[in-house]
Write a new protein. Sequence first.
Length: 291
Amino acid sequence: MRRREIVVEVLGPWALEMSRRFWEGFAPAELATQQQPDDLRTVFRVEGDWSLAQVHVTQQGGSAFLTVLGDGDLDQAAAQACRFLSLDIDGRGWPDVARLDPVIADAQRRLPGLRPCGFYSPYEAAAWAVSSQRLRIVQAARLRNELVRRHGHDGAFPAPDLLRILDLDLPGRKTEYLHAVADAALEGRLDGATLRSMEPDDALRTVEEVKGLGPFAAELVVIRGANSPDMVPRHEGRLEDEITVRYGPDHNLADVSEAWRPFRSWAAVHLRTLRELRTHEISGPPAPREP
């Protein structure tokens, strides 16, 4: 197993402890190894060669120190880790959003240094989207964990070349849809860097071409799989509810989100997190959950 160490100067506010707490409440991609208070460790599949990689992240000031281990493309693995932790986003303009919007200012004060943590890849986000359809979060998480236990490796989700041939005993058309997701990943249609670089509507259309992925799932794949920082989720019922609570009944998401550019996804994640804290659905800051 080879090793690569890199240092990333994170531009803008960031707190590793907040990222770790956020992720610990995120059932679809819960951290695969025991965590320490001042670091983050996890195992994931590397896009492209789908090899297994381990990453260990620590923070010193505004710098992230990443140690990546694996037998595949370690440069790709490091870039992917930065993407799913939002370390590759220039966040120096994020405080400016707070100056324009007092609601977001309050969210930033209450969640200092939070950067949204996404799925390891759009492939895993898409697999979660189709496997969790018509299931409660707890049930969907159990299904995912069973897939990992039986067919994964060291806590990592099965690679797409394996998933596409598995004969899974799942309800409805979930197996068919998971096979379609695996095929799309192998064909490069769910590549994280590519989806993030596209115009949002083009990225959504690309994802919706995959069998089993509708509008809500496509948003999940682009916003949480590619970890796009500036996209408005149009199918988040709970986010719309929080807009009403925070801004009043005369406001809607389309109106208030204009002030969030170019961090509309970040602002939405902060509001969803505060909603779940307020309604006691969680005990710490996790990623947004499916409505």
